[in-house]
Design a protein around this ligand. Structure first.
Ligand code: ASP
Length: 304
């Protein structure tokens, strides 16, 4: 691509039933990520750096189910998944089921840039983190009171997974999509997964085409929601393909319809098409997201 254009950035802080009393934290969190990263993108920061930085900010924020504040699995442990993808090359890096790392998305980026591979999991990913000198924190440093008490509440509830999936609890996976001044697209997504998931469970987030996808020739998308259903329809790649034939809003809505109709799924997506137009849709009650208007004004929304 040639020429310099106005960059784009959109971030999300999860979909689902965000309790009304947490709306402000979600809106402030996604707004802050855009406020802190967009000026650098305007000055020429590459899209890949921008999405990593935006997701780092959200991983640090205990509001979200990513990095600090993540859900606990059935064993009361935090296992994190993340991926990053470069729309210029289709190169990507992903990690799954990593523990005691604040920024799994940065580990995913190292996988992409420092190995011959795309995806590392569990103990191998952990070993690679040590080799890359990524600091390991004590488990308590990622743990929040909110998630500990939620875990204690649902730990022995036999009906938890038979109810409408995870009703009344937010799913706060985070993601960012950017187009830099050179027109390159990138995406990053990071999550603690779902509450009380089986140890070793990996959802959509680190799976290319499911939790995220980026291709300069179509667009870039980050997904959030019920990972098992998102995996079945490769939601992010599906939405990117739809960008080729539809307006961004239509493409996003159609992708969510496919999720709902084919997989009885629930979730949301944010994206940017190859022309730099924003797209978002969800079939959950809420989805927290933020992006800057061309005027520079930052829009932070919790419903479409
Ligand atoms: N999609 C994530 C997962 O299933 C959860 C989320 O988006 O909140 O792991």
């Amino acid at each position: 691509m040639s020429g310099i254009s106005q960059p784009r950035l959109i971030v999300h802080g999860g979909a689902w039933n965000i309790p009304d009393e947490l709306d402000t934290d979600h809106l402030n969190g996604v707004r802050r990520a855009v406020e802190q990263v967009y000026p650098a993108l305007e000055k020429g920061m590459p899209a890949l750096d921008a999405v990593e930085k935006a997701v780092n900010i959200l991983e640090e924020d205990p509001t979200f189910d990513a990095g600090r504040g993540a859900f606990l699995n059935e064993r009361g442990e935090i296992e994190l998944d993340a991926m990053v993808m470069d729309g210029a090359t289709l190169n990507f890096g992903a990690v799954a089921a990593v523990q005691n790392i604040l920024h799994p998305v940065s580990l995913a980026r190292r996988v992409m840039e420092k190995t011959e591979h795309h995806f590392l999991v569990g103990s191998g990913a952990q070993l690679f983190a040590r080799r890359m000198n990524i600091p390991e924190l004590g488990p308590e440093e990622l743990l929040t009171e909110r998630e500990l008490s939620f875990y204690r509440k649902i730990k022995n509830d036999p009906t938890f997974y038979t109810r409408k999936p995870f009703e009344a609890h937010p799913m706060d996976t985070v993601g960012a999509v950017a187009m830099d001044i050179h027109g390159n697209l990138a995406v990053a997504t990071s999550t603690g997964g779902t509450p009380r998931k089986l140890s070793g469970r990996v959802g959509d987030t680190p799976v290319v085409g499911a939790g995220a996808y980026a291709d300069n020739h179509s667009g870039a998308v980050s997904a959030t929601g019920w990972g098992e259903s998102i995996l079945r329809v490769l939601l992010s790649k599906t939405a990117c393909d739809l960008f080729l034939a539809h307006s961004p809003g239509e493409a996003a809505r159609k992708a969510i319809q496919i999720l709902q109709q084919k997989a009885r799924g629930l979730g949301g997506i944010i994206g940017i098409n190859r022309s730099g137009e924003y797209a978002f849709a969800h079939n959950t009650r809420k989805m927290a997201f933020a992006y800057p208007r061309l005027s520079g004004q930052i829009i932070a929304q919790i419903k479409v």
